[in-house]
Every structure is written in structure tokens, then in C-alpha cells.
Design a protein around this ligand. Structure first.
Ligand SMILES: [Fe+2]
Length: 278
């Protein structure tokens, strides 16, 4: 009689408060047997690295599908090319400039995506790391007085706030375009169904409702500085073939600057979210 052996998750920590490397083979990952453990690990660690796993697009889609509900990309594609090369992705090149600043994907959506998976296809000639910060761990480590102070605060988020990060002197037409995307008001502290809490920050966070502009800016920049400080921060230096997955509901991320003409290329797939901010 042949007895099928259960595949075991093989993972190692990168830093105490963020990041794990998953060392299973591609076949083991694609089998779906590890899906539950990978999802649990993702929520605890914020970001998972699959070193040199070399997913094809079809494999990356299949792997994403094992972990939850696979979601189509912005224009209905299965896989989104992340590049500043306008020949590959004309509109997105502008939009991706915002990705150089700390953010959560989908703060303007009622239900943000659960997570994303990136695969490296072409390395940059310089720069182009992807950085992550664990906003569960950063919240947990705040002094109790700070937690009490921010509990219940609400923050206005907008795309035009992001625009001003990368284009501080827009034309009026540009500003009108950004402002047409609207604004949302989100809790500063995300109280998850699990009972855990994380911080909702990033380049869309414009102002804290009810605070003077100076105090609001101090609070938002101070918390972002704290959440992205060394204990909660991991910078991924890419090798071609790496895949990286992050928990969008409990982390911030950004790319570091890179040569816009170098052809740097990542392929992204996304997991549908099922947890609204409030
Ligand atoms: Fe992003």
C-alpha cells in the first residue's frame, strides 16, 4: 500500500518581527497542501520570501489561487507588469511613481486586497529593492499611552495626497484628475476580526480628522517613522526568480528608487481581500 506523505512547511525567520523565507520546492508550493500554513505564517510575519522559485506566469497564478481567491489585475489581466518602461505599461508608469513611498495597496477601496505576490524578471542596474514594514508588530510595541491616544482616530486618505509626494507642483489639470478619484475616511488603528490590530498609514494618509494640520502631520509622520524603523523593517534585495508575498492588511511597502530606463520588471498577482478596514 502506498501512503501519501504530508508536505511539511519549511520556513526560517529573517528578523524577529518581520519576514520569513519559505524553502519548500515549487512542486510542494503548487500542490496546495501548504496553503493554510502559508496564510497563517503570512499574517504573523508580514512578508514571505520564496528564494529563486522561478515561477512562470501560469505557475504564479496557480500558486496564488491555492492561497485564497485569485483576483484579476487593474485592467483584467491575470498578471500585472510592474515597470516604469512606458513601452510596456504607459499609464501605470505614472501611477507607479507613488510606489516609491510607503503605502498600503487599495486604501481607496472598501475592501483592500489581502496580499500580493511579486516575481522578479529583470533586475535594475541600481536600486529597486522592495521594502516592507510590519504594522501589526509596530502597533503592538507602542506604549500603552500612545495606543490610548490614537484609539478611535480617523484619517482622510486620498490619491491626490499620493500625487503630491511624487509631483509636488502639479498642473491644475493633474490635480483635478487626482481629486476626481475622491477621498475616504479610515480608522488609524485597524481592528481585525482576529482581534489583532495594525496601523493604517502610508502616502494616501492626508490628515487626522479633528486635529490641527501641524499636530496631524506630526502624528502621521511620527507613526510612519516608528512603523518603518529597524525592528519592523525588511528590505528585499532581488535575485531573478525570487517571489515575494506580503500581507497587505498588516504591512506597508515601497520600492527604493531605481534607474527608470533600466527595464526593471516584476510580475504581480493579487489575492482578493475579504476584510474591510472598519
Ligand atoms: Fe504597492
Amino acid at each position: 500500500m502506498i501512503v501519501a506523505t504530508k508536505v511539511r512547511l519549511q520556513a526560517e525567520q529573517i528578523k524577529p518581527k518581520i519576514g520569513s523565507r519559505v524553502l519548500n520546492t515549487k512542486d510542494e508550493l503548487l500542490s496546495g497542501q501548504l496553503a493554510e500554513e502559508i496564510n497563517d505564517l503570512l499574517e504573523r510575519r508580514g512578508v514571505l520570501i520564496f528564494p529563486m522559485v522561478r515561477f512562470t506566469d501560469a505557475e504564479q497564478v496557480a500558486f496564488t489561487d491555492t492561497l485564497g481567491k485569485f483576483a484579476k489585475e487593474i485592467r483584467g489581466q491575470d498578471v500585472f507588469p510592474i515597470t516604469l518602461d512606458k513601452k510596456v505599461n504607459q499609464e501605470a508608469a505614472e501611477y507607479l511613481k507613488g510606489s516609491l513611498f510607503w503605502h498600503i495597496d487599495g486604501t481607496m477601496n472598501p475592501v483592500p486586497i489581502r496580499g500580493s505576490i511579486l516575481s522578479s524578471k529583470v533586475l535594475p542596474s541600481w536600486g529597486g529593492n522592495t521594502e516592507f514594514a510590519n504594522t501589526y508588530a509596530a502597533y503592538d510595541d507602542l506604549p500603552q499611552a500612545r495606543k490610548d491616544e490614537i484609539d478611535g482616530l480617523r484619517v482622510v486618505h486620498s490619491m491626490w495626497n499620493t500625487g503630491l509626494y511624487h509631483t509636488p507642483e502639479p498642473t491644475l489639470a493633474q490635480l483635478d484628475d487626482w481629486q476626481s478619484k475622491g477621498e475616504v475616511v479610515l480608522p488609524l488603528v485597524w481592528k481585525h476580526r482576529s482581534g489583532r490590530k495594525s496601523l493604517v498609514l502610508g502616502n494616501t494618509a492626508a490628515r487626522v480628522v479633528g486635529l490641527e494640520p501641524k499636530e496631524s502631520a506630526k502624528l502621521l509622520h511620527g507613526l510612519r517613522e516608528w512603523a518603518t524603523s529597524e525592528p519592523y523593517h525588511y528590505a528585499h534585495h532581488w535575485s531573478v526568480g525570487d517571489a515575494v508575498m506580503w500581507d497587505n492588511t498588516g504591512s506597508l511597502h515601497r520600492a527604493t528608487p531605481y534607474d527608470p530606463d533600466c527595464g526593471r520588471l516584476l510580475h504581480r498577482t493579487i489575492l482578493q481581500g475579504d476584510e474591510p478596514f472598519a
